[in-house]
Design a protein around this ligand. Structure first.
Ligand code: GAF
Length: 436
């Protein structure tokens, strides 16, 4: 398989909202991070902006014992344009970072407690980094505390911290709300403890947290794009070397995301099963193909020549990965040449492969994809993310976007009864401090 030429991404400046200036300039005395105080609508002013008086009232309302001068951080969710389930096969992916993001206001502590409060669910929790062992709780806090534990395991000692988090990434939609939370917490903890933040290393730490603390055997795509996204670009990532190349999105087209509003519960178990099938494929093909370590090393011709070594289901799982890798490489070429029609056809083929070979779609998503694919001005559409629900990504001619959004919303509601959130996206930069 041809290897792409990859160059490091460009960093660009981050704009920060009005509320961030207020918060950054405020030194306030915080009481406690407790549910009643912080889940109030007043507390939300911290993250959503609002008039200064209300802001100060809020600060006084829940701040009593700890002097708090937080630093602010952000980490985006993502949409993947093409390259699904290829990341854990050492393959290629092409995601973009979204405007939806997790934000954190965080300050170091004198001790080794990490205390976190979520403005999304109004819940708080803490761990003591000095404890001998840490037991995952099976809830949202595992993403945050897993990152703290894995950061220390990577040889980076941390100070304790008080962290307030808020996220606009819709949960369970396949837009990587968990990676955004991991990355924003990791960025905050490293910064508060005086470490330089290497965004490739941070992505690896966050992936390890998800693999070994949360128990989800994900690849590195979501954490990597949240750390390294590039404004107005998708990012072509080689998940083996972690080389990356920003690919500009032609201004004649817009990325449009439509949420199917369904998420089937079998997602995590089925995800791990897909990964096992890929590993089985490599094991069974190795005697014939020699020095392969991942499906990345298998060409389509080699797979076809050796398909008799594989049970049919394993063969189809492998065929998705092998053809998807080829599609991502082709997609990078055609996008660079501005051939949006060809890019769209690769997206459509990717969806068919996920639906028929990898079997990670579902009826509602197939309906949404078909609805999107038949609209005027659309180049292509496919499911994005891990599967079994979540979002559909489409590439749409810029001058057809408004009509596309309305038509998809109406047709999907008529077909399924669900009201889809449909929105055009502009790719953002990866994680970083919010105010400098
Ligand atoms: C999930 C995982 F977290 C990613 O690593 C990736 O495998 C994706 O599903 C499918 O492409 O988002």
């Amino acid at each position: 398989m041809r290897a792409p030429v990859l160059v490091p991404g460009r960093a660009s400046s981050i704009t920060f909202p009005f509320w961030a200036v207020l918060l950054k300039n405020a030194v306030f005395v915080i009481t406690q991070v407790d549910d009643t105080a912080l889940s109030s609508s007043h507390a939300r002013v911290l993250f959503e902006g609002g008039e200064h008086v209300r802001h100060r009232f809020t600060a006084r309302g829940f701040c009593r014992t700890v002097r708090w001068a937080p630093q602010l951080f952000r980490a985006p969710g993502r949409v993947n344009l093409i390259g699904e389930h290829t990341d854990y096969n050492d393959g290629f992916v092409m995601p973009a970072a979204l405007e939806f993001e997790a934000q954190a206001a965080a300050a170091a502590r004198e001790d080794r407690l990490i205390r976190i409060h979520s403005l999304n669910n109004g819940k708080s929790a803490e761990i003591d980094l000095s404890a001998e062992t840490h037991t995952p709780r099976g809830d949202w806090t595992d993403y945050a505390f897993g990152v703290a534990v894995m950061t220390e395991a990577a040889g980076k000692p941390l100070k304790g911290a008080d962290i307030l988090v808020s996220s606009t990434v819709p949960v369970g939609s396949g837009l990587s709300s968990s990676a955004a939370l991991e990355v924003v917490v990791g960025y905050a903890l490293l910064s508060l403890s005086g470490h330089d933040v290497d965004t490739v290393e941070l992505a690896k730490i966050c992936q390890k947290a998800e693999n070994d603390y949360v128990g989800m055997r994900c690849g590195i795509m979501d954490q990597f794009i949240s750390c390294n996204g590039v404004h107005d670009h998708a990012l072509m990532i080689d998940c083996r070397s972690l080389d990356r190349k920003p690919v500009p999105i032609d201004p004649k087209a817009r990325i449009v995301v439509a949420n199917s509003m369904v998420h089937h519960a079998l997602a995590d178990g089925e995800y791990n099963k897909r990964r096992q099938s890929c590993e089985e494929g490599v094991r069974l093909l190795k005697p014939a193909l020699g020095d392969i370590t991942a499906l990345r090393d298998v060409s389509f011709d080699a797979l076809e020549e050796n398909r008799d070594f594989l049970p049919d289901l394993t063969y189809r799982r492998c065929r998705h990965i092998v053809t998807e890798n080829e599609r991502v490489l082709a997609a990078a070429d055609v996008l660079e040449r501005g051939d949006l029609e060809a890019f769209g056809q690769l997206m459509n083929a990717s969806h068919a492969s996920m639906r028929d070979d990898y079997e990670i779609s579902c009826a509602e998503v197939d309906t949404l994809v078909a609805t999107a694919q038949r609209q005027p001005g659309v180049f292509g559409a496919r499911m994005t993310g891990g599967g079994f629900g979540g979002c559909v990504v489409s590439l749409v001619a810029a001058d057809a976007v408004d009509g596309f959004i309305d038509a998809v919303r109406v047709a999907y509601r008529e077909a399924t009864g669900h009201t889809s959130d449909v929105f055009a996206c502009a790719p953002q930069d990866g994680a970083g401090p919010l105010a400098g």
